[in-house]
Design a protein around this ligand. Structure first.
Ligand SMILES: [Ca+2]
Ligand SMILES: [Ca+2]
Length: 219
């Protein structure tokens, strides 16, 4: 798998997040202030370069007080969609849903249905669950010994943006960002799901397209 192309793909995602910052953490009206809100999606190479990491943040932005009681919604299925054939249709999915104190991960597996609808692939050959790390507790990371790692819980929002400086630049009062800038959302949290897995699980390809959806259970 071509590492450079993967890194570029990850960079594009971050650029996208920057451009959409106003709506990024608070999305369309149907999901605003709901437990199905996606904040950001990160895809990057693991410290073991044979691996990829996918990280999804949701329900931002949470104050420390809100973080004490915030939790993943058991009726919301988060799905990482992976296209490895270049047609922008997912060939594999990784599904994540809370059940009690656990976050369950299904896949990567071929979805039963592509697109926005569909159900949990509960008979996926690869599936695991990790205890959700309580707020401010030491991280519970599940390592299954075959390159897979799993995590779910409240974390500091990894997204960094200096909104005050950004506004100065837009107004013509500054020429660029400071290094380092100010983390506008310092101290605010998100609910994070993360999976690390071997790149070989993502298909025989040099590049992938990846995106995240949140589906609410329909009665
Ligand atoms: Ca495809
Ligand atoms: Ca899908």
């Amino acid at each position: 798998m071509n590492i450079k192309k993967l890194l570029i793909a990850g960079g594009s995602l971050l650029v996208c997040a920057l451009a959409l910052i106003a709506s990024d953490h608070v999305d369309a009206p149907s999901v605003t202030n709901t437990t199905a809100d996606i904040a950001d999606f990160y895809a990057f190479e693991g410290s073991d370069t044979n691996n990829m990491v996918f990280l999804v943040t949701s329900q931002g932005l949470l104050s420390p007080t809100e973080s004490e009681t915030a939790n993943f919604d058991q009726n919301v299925l988060y799905e990482i969609n992976i296209d490895n054939t270049g047609d922008n249709v997912e060939d594999l999915v990784i599904q994540m849903i809370r059940r009690g104190n656990w976050m369950h991960f299904f896949g990567p597996v071929t979805p039963e249905q592509t697109g926005l609808a569909g159900g949990i692939v509960s008979d996926a050959e690869i599936q695991q669950r990790v205890l959700i790390t309580p707020y401010q507790a030491e991280e519970i990371i599940l390592e299954t010994g075959n390159g897979f790692k799993y995590f779910a819980g409240a974390t500091d929002d990894p997204f960094f943006f200096d909104i005050a400086r950004f506004r100065q630049i837009i107004a013509g009062n500054a020429s660029g960002f400071n290094n380092p800038g100010n983390d506008t959302w310092n101290g605010l949290n998100v609910l994070t799901m993360a999976i690390e897995l071997p790149k070989s699980m993502l298909g025989d390809t040099e590049t992938i397209n990846a995106w995240v959806t949140a589906n609410r259970k329909q009665n």
